[in-house]
Ligand binder design. Structure first.
Ligand SMILES: CC(C)(COP(=O)(O)OP(=O)(O)OC[C@H]1O[C@@H](n2cnc3c(N)ncnc32)[C@H](O)[C@@H]1OP(=O)(O)O)[C@@H](O)C(=O)NCCC(=O)NCCS
Length: 338
């Protein structure tokens, strides 16, 4: 299967990282089309649990949809998608998310595009850098417990976010920054005040832009996020940081990519879910611009299960789920992509 996917981006490792490091990966969720014993097409289901109205709902993420070029336009991908639907129903996935370019192809199998926005911060390099804060580098052995707790408390407040066990976290730390061609690697920063972690941010260069693919903070610590965004924006434009640093920040260079010093310091992230943070950004002269993500599609797989959870009729429960997928206060971090 990896040999087949290697034909896509000419990058076997990109797909291998998910399949080897995602603790939920299993053969039953890896669907293939075979001809004379050779695998010629695949669709994969990535198992996640997402927060919907306080419940951990099993979600199947559809990814790695690929058919060998000489086997295309014969309905193989369509048949694999129908098999994916049956598999998700059988395996108890109640909802499904996919990121698509060919929206109409997936419409045929019941997925619907949902509007959501990225946030573009064009002047984050001028955000305030509180002198009380120190920026440190994440060390899993030392910091994972605290960061996982901040993630649970912060991201857990929003609908649609993926829920992570410790095993999920360990896998996520390997594949979250997985980008075709660019390889794998993230700049994982902590903002400390009097040693205590107030906030964290996970940044990478994603298809040519500096992106903060996830962050979290303690209640009231918006300024710690602003400081980290400033540091990331400075890194993106090849500038030295104006913050007080601790630890080894060499991975900061990941954000700069190919650009020369002084290049644009634009940061892409998600902020729309968080009114308080958007207010703090706006007050600091860096109002986020919202930019639509046109690749985000959802489907309800098991309306009856949602009906039981939410104590409503199946159709109403499906509508309720979609109202959460569509709500601007909902959030799905890029770090949880598949
Ligand atoms: C996208 C992809 C998986 C489709 O695979 P496929 O097996 O050719 O898909 P299907 O045959 O089921 O459908 C493809 C098209 O062929 C048409 N088709 C289906 N059966 C057909 C048949 N018997 N005869 C002629 N055409 C047929 C479908 O209507 C469809 O039309 P569309 O191009 O307007 O959507 C394949 O093109 C691919 O691997 N692309 C590169 C990777 C990629 O882009 N993945 C998706 C990321 S979102």
């Amino acid at each position: 299967m990896l040999d087949l996917l290697a034909l896509w981006y000419d990058e076997r490792e990109f797909f291998a990282r998910y399949n080897r490091n995602d603790p939920t990966f299993r053969d039953e969720l890896c669907l293939v089309a075979e001809d004379a014993g050779r695998i010629v097409g695949t669709v994969q289901i990535f198992a996640r649990r997402i927060n919907l109205a306080g419940q951990a709902v099993p979600m199947g993420g559809i990814g790695s949809v690929f058919v060998r070029e000489d086997y295309r336009h014969r309905g193989l991908a369509s048949e694999l998608m129908r098999l994916a639907v049956r598999t998700m129903e059988r395996e108890g996935f109640e909802v499904s998310l996919l990121f698509a370019e060919r929206l109409t192809f997936y419409n045929r199998f019941g997925w619907r595009e949902v509007t959501r926005n990225f946030s573009i911060l064009s002047s984050a390099a001028s955000l305030p850098a509180s002198p009380a804060l120190e920026l440190d580098v994440f060390n899993p052995a030392r910091d994972l417990e605290t960061v996982a707790r901040i993630h649970r408390d912060y991201s857990g407040r929003f609908n649609v976010t993926a829920i992570r066990s410790e095993a999920d976290w360990r896998g996520n730390l390997v594949f979250a920054a997985n980008v075709p061609k660019a390889g794998c690697g993230e700049y994982f920063v902590l903002a400390r005040e009097d040693d205590a972690i107030r906030a964290y941010a996970r940044a990478l260069r994603f298809h040519g832009v500096a992106m903060v693919m996830e962050y979290g903070y303690e209640p009231g610590s918006e300024s710690a996020v602003l400081a980290m965004l400033r540091n990331c924006a400075e890194a993106a434009s090849g500038m030295e940081t104006s913050m007080c640093l601790r630890g080894d920040h060499r991975k900061r260079a990941l954000l700069q990519g190919e650009s020369r010093a002084g290049a644009a310091s634009v940061i892409v992230t998600h902020t729309e879910h968080d009114e308080a943070l958007e207010e703090a950004l706006t007050a600091a002269g860096c109002a986020p611009m919202h930019y639509p993500d046109n690749n985000y599609m959802w489907r309800v797989m098991l309306p009856e299960r949602l009906a039981e959870r939410f104590a409503m009729a199946p159709e109403a429960a499906s509508e309720y789920a979609f109202s959460m997928f569509e709500n601007s206060r909902s959030l799905f971090w890029t770090a949880d992509r598949f």
